[in-house]
Structures are given as C-alpha cells and as structure tokens.
Write a protein that binds this ligand. Structure first.
Ligand code: G4P
Length: 533
C-alpha cells in the first residue's frame, strides 16, 4: 500500500450538526477527551470557562460574545486521525455551518431527547441529503425525562427522510435511566450519573433472556427492554453499511454526553464505520482522494482572527494527493502559482505549522487577500470543486455608507466580509452601484455592523426593503431567462458571481410567478446555478 493510501485510510473527517443547546459542545469536549486531545477528565465540564480550552477561535468568539466561526479540531484515536468540524452552536445562523459540510465526509447529528428534531437539524439534514453525506445519530440527554425512544425514531424518519437503525437502546429514561443495551454486541452498558464516571460499566449477557439483565436493571425495566428489542427486530431490518455510506440510513445511539455516557461507544463506532475521505465532485470531473496529484478547496475564510494583526486564515480541505509546505501550487481562479510558507494544522487547542497534509485534512493557510470561498488549489489542473453553495437569504436590507469620510473603508470591509461569507451582497440591475445585503439570520446583520466598525473603522446604515423570499434562477433556454429577467427587472438581484436572483414579498406571489414561468427553475441555494459553486 502506498503512503498516500495508508494516510487516506487513517483519516476520518466529520462535522457535528445539531440545533443549539442539544449538546454539541459537550459532546465535542467528550470526544476530545476520549481522543486524548484534552486531558482534564472530570474537569471537563460544559461550563463557559472550560470551553475556552477547546479552541482559541472560540476564545475570540467569547470575547466578542457570540460564536461566529467554524472551528476544526484534530486528534488521534485507535490508529485514526480524526478531524472534527465544530459548527457554531449558538442561535446565530451562519452559512459557515452549511459550507463546513462540504469539507467533511460524514456527519454526527445530535438530537435532544426532550425536544426531538428541531429546526436547525432539519435545515442541516437537507444539505446532507443533497450531498448524500452519511449521518450517525446520537440522541442526547437520556438522563432527562424525554420523548419515547420509538417516537423519536419515527420523528427522525418522518422529518429528516432518512431510515433509522437503532445501534443501542435505552433502558429507562430520566431518573430511571439505567443505561443502554448495545444491539450490535449484545452488551449492557450501565449508567452511573456523574460527569467524571469513566469508564462505563459494561456487562456481557448471554442473550436478552439472561436473568443477569433482571438483576442489573430490575425486573420491570428488563421486561420492557425485552419487549422493545423484540419490536425493534420486527420493525427494523439489520443495519446496512452501504445504505449508511449512501446517506440513506443512520445508526442511532442513545446516551448522555454531560454524564460521559455513550460517547465512547459512539466514537468507536465512527472510527470503525464512518467513511474515510470520499471523492469530491468538481465541475469538470470527480476527484478521488487516491489521485497522487494534490488538490484542495477553500471552504471558509476567517479574517482578522487577531484584530491587532490583519490576519486572514483560509481553511483548505485536502481532496487528493499530498500537500507539502513551501511547494508551488496552482490557484485556479487567478491562474497564478501560490506558495504556502506556514500552513497550520488544527490540533485541539494548538495551531501548529505542518510540513505535509493528506486527503481529509483541513489546514489553515495564512492569506493576504488571495483567496475567496470556493477557490481551488491544484498541481496545475484547472478544477473547480462544487458544493460550496450560498443559501437564499431571508432578510434583505439596502446598505449604505454612513460616514462620507470613510467611503473606502466601508467598501473594502463590505467586500471582504462578503468574500468571507459573513453576508451576501447583491446589486440591482438598474442601479448597479446600490448594494443590497442579504442574510439568512438577523444576527448576521449585527455581526456585519460590528465587524465593519471594529475591524474596518467604517459605519453603515440600512434601509428596509419589501423582500422576504429569494431564489436563484436558471433556465435551459438562455433567451427565456433573459426575457424573464427583463420583464421582472425590478425583482431581480445579481449576486457577486453574476447569477440572477429572483426576489418576492410572499410565498403566494412567488408561486404565481413559478406557475406562469414553467421554463424557469428556482433554487434555494446557488449550488445548481453557480458555475463556480
Ligand atoms: P450546544 O453546543 O449544542 O449548544 O449545547 P451544549 O453542549 O452547550 O449543551 C447545552 C446545555 O445542555 C448545557 O447546559 C449542557 O450542560 C446541557 N447538556 C449537554 N448534554 C447533556 C446531557 O446529557 N444531559 C443533560 N441533562 N444536560 C446536558 P446549560 O445549562 O445550558 O449550560 P452550562 O451552564 O451547563 O454550560
């Protein structure tokens, strides 16, 4: 086996997705703990202070009082190099989260057993489905009185359109939570509350009829478990790894991250089942990781991580071949070569300089304005990777410079922050100089305003416009598209890549336009229309 193949088989790159408060941060910490990336067992609480230990980006975010970035953390576990993409956990919505999903090969979905499937999880799952990303599910907070597990599984299947396959099954819930029965290895994992209870008590039973089960969890819960297991084997076919890899089926684990329960089994399972780096689609062709020639794409840019230095970090996902420090690479968009002197890896709290990186790895490249989100680096081939979409904004404002003396700073800041993906900027057909700001969540508007002030010394003002729904449009027939754009020019915006976006003020008027124009296709992400998406 070549070194490249060996390194590919070692890699495991996944994102954690969930609705805020489901327990993503807690799970991330526990995963890092099991992976040895942080060492303070028992001291790793989900308290706000210990969270700063997780990554230095988060520290920055805490200083600013909000979570704005997607951080990457790597560690070694059971011979595999695990890369976790931690997507923002706070209520602010950032498109970063979605773009981050283009840089991973699978996802871990965390669901709160009390709340069930929530809005953000639903949105993120749509993106996973679009890309057939395999999903592993962790139902968290079993130490609380939550929904019935069967009901939860039905909800996941119904709302997220993915088939579920329970891998473990809870015994009791809330105050009566006794642990889980592992349906894959027929072992009992007994629960003892308390955050520093490591490791978990594991009891092997001969079969589900074993009287030891009654002894360990009590006769009534043992009876209930037997009924449940009987039902599960009747309802769900056995787990099929191919269906999981294709994104059609999700194994479901139950546990309590806060109590350190169920997370190690989850990690063990991810390490043995989750896919290693997968081929990525480019506009021109599909690029397999085994290809010896290096390629990678930028899925995130974080500007001014340290406001004292104007530093910008481009996050690059390696798709194929071996990346080497100081080697000249081809920057496809500009058609120029590019050399990286100080690429960094993200290993838990440290950012360290690396000499090489392999498919699946995510590295940070110091950037002085060369990169835009979606850019590709190669050894010379012109490839453009797909899957870094912009999402249809739901909030629109006309944005204007508020300080005539700071015109230059205003435009520079606006452009850079749009490139970074903080907001989307559009222009109007008839007023090419007017700028319309589009965001998916209100907090992005506030982040933009404060970052313009804080980092660019510029100020802005907004005006409301009567638009709430936007769709990228395309047509097989260029002439029809042009006629549509001309006829509806007051409702057309142009994004920074020159794609048309149709805006309307209500679902009703949008549907009317759709009905009247069957040759026009409407999309809620730019992925399908953007040649360079
Ligand atoms: P997030 O990143 O998905 O937003 O969730 P986070 O881990 O911050 O967890 C949200 C809240 O849920 C936290 O409580 C956390 O302690 C709690 N939590 C996480 N896992 C479990 C669990 O297994 N059982 C129970 N009962 N609670 C859990 P908080 O009070 O909001 O924050 P904190 O003050 O504890 O930090």
């Amino acid at each position: 086996m070549t070194e490249l193949i060996q390194e590919i088989h070692r890699r495991l790159t996944f994102a954690i997705i969930s609705h805020p408060d489901a327990g993503k941060t807690t799970i991330t910490e526990k995963l890092l703990l099991f992976g040895g990336a942080i060492h303070i067992a028992g001291a790793v609480k989900s308290g706000k202070t210990s969270r700063t230990a997780v990554s230095d980006f988060m520290k920055m975010e805490q200083e600013r009082g909000i979570s704005i970035s997607t951080s990457v953390m790597g560690f070694e576990y059971k011979g595999r190099k695990v890369n976790i993409l931690d997507t923002p956990g706070h209520a602010d919505f950032s498109e970063d989260t979605y773009r981050g999903l283009s840089a991973v090969d699978s996802a871990l979905m965390v669901i709160d057993s009390v709340k069930g499937v929530e809005e953000r999880t639903r949105q993120l799952c749509v993106v996973c489905r679009m890309r057939a990303t395999p999903i592993t599910t962790f139902v968290n907070k079993l130490d609380r009185e939550g929904k019935d597990p069967m009901e939860l599984l039905d909800e996941i299947e119904r709302e997220l359109a993915v088939e579920v396959r329970p891998a473990t099954w809870p015994i009791g819930q809330g105050k009566l939570f006794k642990g889980v029965y592992n349906l894959l290895d027929n072992k009992l994992y007994l629960f003892r509350p308390g955050e520093d209870q490591l490791p978990v008590d594991i009891v092997e039973i001969r079969s589900i009829q074993d009287p030891l089960l009654d002894e360990k969890v009590g006769p009534s819960l043992a009876r209930k478990l037997r009924e449940d297991v009987d039902m599960i084997s009747g309802v769900y076919p056995p787990f099929d790894r191919d269906a999981y890899i294709a994104g059609r089926e999700t194994p479901v684990f139950f546990g309590s991250a806060l109590n350190n329960f169920g997370v190690r089994e989850l990690l063990d399972n991810l390490v043995s089942l989750a896919p290693y780096p997968t081929p990525k689609k480019a506009e021109e062709r599909e690029v397999p990781p085994e290809e010896p020639r290096f390629s990678g794409f930028v899925f995130k840019i974080h500007a001014n991580m340290n406001p004292k230095h104007r530093d910008r970090i481009a996050f690059l996902r390696i798709v194929s071949g071996k990346f080497e420090r100081n080697k000249m690479y081809w920057h496809v968009r500009s058609g120029k070569t590019f050399r990286t002197a100080n690429p960094t890896a993200f290993m838990s709290q440290d950012r360290e300089i690396i000499d090489e990186a392999w498919p699946g790895d995510i590295i940070g490249i110091h950037d002085t304005g060369t990169f835009k989100i979606g850019d590709t680096l190669t050894e010379g081939e012109n490839i453009n990777f797909q899957g870094i979409p912009s999402f249809a904004p739901q909030i629109f404002r006309t944005i204007m410079n508020a300080d005539p003396l700071k015109e230059k700073q205003f435009h520079k800041g606006l452009n850079q922050l749009a490139e970074e993906g903080v907001v989307q900027i559009f222009s109007k057909i008839h007023q090419p100089n007017a700028r319309v700001l589009g965001v998916v969540g209100q907090l992005q508007v506030e982040v933009l305003k404060s970052r313009l002030e804080y980092e660019y010394n510029a100020s802005c003002k907004y005006e409301n416009i009567d638009v709430s729904i936007a769709h990228w449009i395309t047509s097989d027939d260029e002439k029809i598209l042009k006629n549509f754009v001309d006829a509806n020019s007051r409702k057309i915006l142009v994004d920074i890549r020159g794609n048309y976006v149709f805006v309307s003020d209500s679902e009703w008027s949008l549907n009317r336009v759709k009905d009247l124009n069957p040759a026009i296709r409407f999309y809620s992400t730019s992925e399908m229309v953007d040649k360079r998406a």
